[in-house]
Write a protein that binds this ligand. Structure first.
Ligand code: BGC
Length: 812
C-alpha cells in the first residue's frame, strides 16, 4: 500500500477508535485492559468489539488449547531461524504463522523473543535469536513483518533484559544505560523502526530497580517517546503486580485473567483519584487500535483485507531447517555422504527432540525423525540403527503405545463429560473444558485406557503435576497421595519434572489397563483456572555399557557412522537456567567410542543452544541442527545426502563454559549486575583474547568461495566473490567494522551488516551491504545521546568473526 493510502487508512481507523472509546464507561474500559481468561480479552458488544485472542509463539501457533489434539505446524527453534542469517526467510516464516493464527482464531502472536544470548547458560537461549543485537533485529524485523502482513499482531518480547531464567519474576538486572542502548534495547529499537510491531510484551524482571511492567522511563519515554512505538503493551503472564505502578508505567493489558491488578481494581483507583482517567483512556485507545488493526472492531477496516497466498507449512519447515543447519567441521569432505552403508546411532535419531520446552511448546501433527528421514532417503538395506546412549534421565509424557481418554466426574462420582486424549498430557485452560463440564461441577479427571508395550521388562510410570492423584496399572494401585510443588514458580505444575510412582513388569505386545486420576483443586489466588497434569512413562532401561558396545559394533561394520547427540527438556527449557554445557548422560563417551571404531564418524548435534563437544577434533564432521522443527529428519536427509547444502552460520559463539567470558546468571541478594557492560558474545571472547570452539558467523557449505574485491565508502560495502567449488551454493557475506586504533571502550569488531550471495560453480556475484550510521556510534551515558565517533575504521568482509577475507580502511 502506498504511504498516503496507509496514512489515510490509519486515520480512518483512529476515528473509529476515538468514537468507540467515547462510548465506553469507566468500568468497561478497566475491564478491557484485563485478561478474561488465560488468552483472551473480553468482548464489548456495546461498541462492536469482539474478544481479542492471543497465543504463543514463536515457532508455531499453539492456539487457546494446550493439547496435542489441536496440532500446529512446528518450525525450527529461533536459534535455527537466526542461523539462516536470512530476514526474508524469517519473513516467510511469519507469513506461515499468520496463516496458522488465522486458522486457530488467534489475533496476536506472543512472539518474537528478542532477548540476547548474554550467557550460554540462559535457559531460554533456544528461544532467542543471537548474541548480536544487529542480527537479532534483522531476523526479528523479518519475522514481525511477515506475521503482520497476514493481518495478525505480534508482541516483541520480553522488554527488556530478560536474558536468563533464575528468579525471573523478581531479579533486578543492573545494566548500564550504554549496554541497554547498544545491546539489549537495540533489537527492539530496530524492529520498531523497520517492522512497526503492533505489540510489545514487558518482562517479569526489574531493570535498575524498577519492574519492567512499571518502567515509565523505558516504556513511556524510550519505547513510545523516542522511538514512536504506537502498539499495545501486554504484561508477561502474571508479571503485572501493581495497579497504579503498572498503568503509570505504560502497561496497557494485564494477562492472564480473570484475577488481575486491572479490571475492578483499576476502575477503583480512578475513582479514588490515584489514577487519571486519561491514563486509562490512553491504554484503551492502544488496545482498540490493535483491535481495529486485526479486524475485530466494527466499522474499522483491518490493515490486511486480503491475506497472503497460502503457504505449505511442511515444505517451509523443511526448508528453514536445512537452511539453518551449521556444518562446523567437515574433514576430507566427509559430508555429503558417499555411497555405502550407514550406522545411525543415538536415542534422538529415533525420538527426535524437535522443539524447546515451556510456553514455546506446540504440538505438531507429525514429526519426521532422523531415522524416518534417512530411511526414506537412503537406498534400502544400507541403514542400520542403534540407540547407543539415552540421555533422557527421566520419564516422558505417555505417548507411544498408549490409547487414552479423559473422564470428568462431579463430587458424587457421576460422569459429566469425556474428551479424547492423544497422549498423557492434560492441560485445560480457562473455559476450555470437555463438553458439559464446568469448573464448578468438575471434581476429578481420570486419564484412562490401555498401554501396549514395545519391550518386555520393568516399565516405570510417573505423575507430573501438583495435587491429589491415584495411579493404577494393570489392576494394582501404586500411588494414592498428594504431590506438592518443590519451587514457588507459579508455572511449576507446567514445567516441573514428573515423579516416578510405579514400576510394573510387562510383556511386549500385551495390553494392560492404566488409570491416573487427579482430584481437581484450584487455589483461589491464581489468576486463571487451569487443569493440568500428566501421566508419564519410561520403557525398561537397558544396560548403558551394552548400548555403547552395540553401537560400536554397528559403527565398525558400516562405511559411515552418524551419531546423533542431544539435550533433553530437563536441560534446556523455560523456567530454569543451565548449570553446565555438557551433553547429558553418556553421550560424550558414546561419540568417542564410535569415532575410535570408525574414522568416518559424523556427529549431528540436536540442541537449541551451545553444548560442549570435547571430542570435536576426533570426528570427521560435526553438524549442528538446533531444535529442527517437525520436518527436521527430512531436512537432515536432504543435507546428509547432498540434495541440499547446509546453509547455516553460527548466530552465537560456541565454546566451553570454562572459556566463556560471561556466565553469571544467578543473582546475589536479588541483584544480577551486568558487569561486562557492552562485552557479550564475540565482543567478549575477543576482549578476553580467547578462542572458542566455533566462532560467531562460522559455517561451511558444500562449495568454496573466493572473496575477490571489497569497495567501501562508509555507508555501503560492495563485495565481489566467486564460487570456486563444484556445485551451486549460498554464502553469507559478513561485514565487520572495527576502530583502526585499538580502543578498550569499544568492541574490537562489530557486525555492521550481512548479505546472502548465491552463485553456480565458477560464477562470481556482487553483494552490497549497507553500513548503518549506528555502526559508528556509541551511547554517551553522560550526554544521554548517541555520539558519532569520527575517525579511521577497518571494514572487513568475512566468513566469520575470525575468518577475515578482505579489509579496507576508511575515514568517517
Ligand atoms: C512466558 C512468555 C509467554 C507467556 C504465555 C510466560 O511464561 O515468559 O514468553 O508468552 O508465558 O505463555
Amino acid at each position: 500500500m502506498a504511504e498516503t493510502d496507509k496514512a489515510r487508512a490509519d486515520e480512518a481507523r483512529a476515528a473509529v477508535v476515538e468514537a468507540a472509546l467515547g462510548r465506553l464507561e469507566l468500568d468497561a474500559k478497566a475491564r478491557l485492559l484485563a485478561g478474561q481468561d488465560m488468552w483472551t480479552l473480553p468482548a464489548l458488544p456495546e461498541i462492536g468489539l469482539k474478544s481479542l485472542v492471543m497465543s504463543d509463539g514463536p515457532i508455531g501457533v499453539r492456539g487457546v488449547r494446550w493439547t496435542a489434539d489441536d496440532p500446529s505446524v512446528a518450525l525450527p527453534s529461533p536459534t535455527a531461524l537466526a542461523a539462516t542469517w536470512d530476514p526474508a526467510l524469517a519473513r516467510r516464516a511469519g507469513v506461515l504463522l499468520a496463516q496458522e493464527a488465522r486458522r486457530k482464531g488467534v489475533h496476536v502472536l506472543l512472539a518474537p523473543t528478542v532477548n540476547l544470548h548474554r550467557s550460554p547458560l540462559g535457559g531460554r537461549h533456544f528461544e532467542a535469536y543471537s548474541e548480536d543485537p544487529y542480527l537479532t533485529g534483522e531476523i526479528g524485523s523479518g519475522y514481525v513483518t511477515g506475521v503482520q502482513s497476514g493481518g495478525v499482531g505480534t508482541t516483541v518480547k520480553h522488554f527488556v533484559a530478560n536474558d536468563a531464567e533464575t528468579d525471573r519474576f523478581t531479579v533486578n538486572n543492573l545494566v548500564s544505560e550504554r549496554a541497554l542502548r547498544e545491546l539489549y534495547l537495540a533489537p527492539f529499537e530496530a524492529i520498531v523502526a523497520n517492522a512497526h510491531p503492533w505489540g510489545i510484551m514487558t518482562a517479569y524482571n526489574q531493570v535498575n530497580g524498577t519492574t519492567m511492567t512499571e518502567h515509565h522511563h523505558l516504556v513511556n519515554e524510550v519505547l513510545r517517546g523516542e522511538w514512536g512505538f504506537d502498539g499495545f503493551n501486554v504484561s508477561d503472564w502474571m508479571a503485572a503486580r501493581d495497579t497504579v505502578g503498572d498503568i503509570e508505567g505504560g502497561l496497557d493489558v494485564a494477562m492472564p485473567g480473570p484475577r488481575t491488578v486491572y479490571g475492578a481494581a483499576l476502575a477503583q483507583a480512578v475513582r479514588d483519584g490515584r489514577v487519571a482517567e486519561a491514563t486509562v483512556d490512553a491504554a484503551v485507545r492502544r488496545v482498540l487500535r490493535l483491535a481495529a488493526r486485526v479486524g475485530i472492531l466494527d466499522g474499522a477496516e483491518p490493515v490486511v483485507t486480503e491475506p497472503p497466498a497460502s503457504v505449505d507449512g511442511e515444505a517451509l519447515a523443511r526448508e528453514i531447517a536445512r537452511r539453518s543447519f551449521v556444518l562446523v567441521r567437515n574433514e576430507n569432505s566427509a559430508l555429503p555422504l558417499k555411497a555405502g552403508t550407514v550406522a545411525l546411532i543415538g536415542a534422538a535419531a529415533r525420538d527426535a527432540r524437535v522443539l524447546g520446552g515451556g510456553s514455546a511448546t506446540v504440538f505438531p501433527a507429525r514429526i519426521v525423525s532422523p531415522l524416518d528421514g534417512l530411511t526414506a532417503a537412503l537406498p534400502e538395506g544400507t541403514l542400520t540403527y542403534a540407540v547407543g546412549a539415552d540421555p533422557a534421565t527421566e520419564l516422558a509424557v505417555a505417548d507411544q503405545g498408549f490409547s487414552l481418554r479423559a473422564v470428568c466426574r462431579d463430587a458424587d462420582g457421576t460422569v459429566i463429560g469425556t474428551r479424547s486424549a492423544p497422549n498423557g498430557l492434560i492441560q485445560w485452560m480457562g473455559s476450555d473444558l470437555p463438553e458439559g463440564v464446568t469448573h464448578d461441577t468438575l471434581h476429578t479427571v481420570e486419564l484412562t485406557g490401555t498401554f501396549t508395550p514395545r519391550e518386555s521388562g520393568p516399565h516405570t510410570f510417573g505423575v507430573k503435576g501438583v495435587g491429589a492423584f491415584t495411579l493404577t496399572v494393570d489392576g494394582t494401585t501404586y500411588y494414592d497421595d498428594v504431590q506438592r510443588p518443590d519451587k514457588d514458580d507459579p508455572f511449576e505444575a507446567f514445567f516441573g519434572a514428573p515423579v516416578p510412582r510405579a514400576q510394573a513388569e510387562l510383556t511386549a505386545g500385551e495390553p494392560v489397563e492404566v488409570s491416573l486420576t487427579q482430584v481437581v483443586q484450584l487455589p483461589d489466588d491464581i489468576p486463571m483456572k487451569v487443569v493440568t497434569f500428566a501421566l508419564a512413562h519410561s520403557a525398561p532401561q537397558r544396560d548403558p555399557d551394552e548400548l555403547i558396545a552395540e553401537a560400536v559394533e554397528a559403527a565398525r561394520g558400516a562405511d559411515t557412522a552418524v551419531v546423533m547427540v542431544a539435550t533433553t527438556d530437563r536441560v534446556e527449557s523455560e523456567g530454569f537456567d543451565r548449570t553446565d554445557l555438557r551433553l547429558p548422560g553418556r553421550q560424550d563417551e558414546l561419540v568417542r567410542a564410535v569415532a575410535a571404531a570408525n574414522p568416518n564418524t559424523v556427529v549431528i548435534v540436536n540442541s537449541g543452544s551451545p553444548v560442549e563437544l570435547p571430542w570435536r577434533d576426533e570426528v570427521a564432521a560435526v553438524l549442528l541442527t538446533w531444535f529442527p522443527g517437525q520436518e527436521g529428519g527430512a531436512a537432515l536427509a536432504d543435507v546428509l545426502t547432498g540434495a541440499h547444502e547446509p546453509g547455516g552460520r553460527l548466530p552465537t559463539t560456541w565454546g566451553s563454559l570454562t572459556d566463556a567470558p560471561v556466565t553469571q546468571v544467578v543473582p546475589a541478594d536479588g541483584e544480577l549486575p551486568y558487569t561486562e557492560g557492552v562485552f557479550i558474545g564475540y565482543r567478549a571472547w575477543e576482549q578476553a583474547g580467547r578462542t572458542p570452539s566455533y566462532p560467531f558467523g562460522h559455517g561451511l557449505g558444500y562449495t568454496d568461495w573466493a572473496y575477490e574485491s571489497l569497495e567501501t565508502d562508509g555507508t555501503t560495502a560492495r563485495v565481489r566473490l566467486r564460487n570456486t567449488g563444484q556445485r551451486p551454493g549460498r554464502e553469507v557475506v559478513q561485514v565487520y567494522v572495527s576502530p583502526a586504533e585499538p580502543d578498550t571502550e569499544r568492541p574490537a569488531h562489530r557486525l555492521a551488516g550481512f548479505a546472502g550471495a548465491e552463485a553456480g560453480p565458477g560464477e562470481s556475484v556482487e553483494v552490497t551491504v549497507e553500513l548503518p550510521r549506528r555502526t559508528f556510534e556509541v551511547w554517551d551515558d553522560t550526554a544521554k545521546a548517541w555520539a558519532f565517533v569520527k575517525g579511521s575504521y577497518e571494514i572487513t568482509a568475512a566468513r566469520s568473526i575470525s575468518d577475515h577475507r578482505l579489509t579496507a580502511t576508511i575515514n568517517v
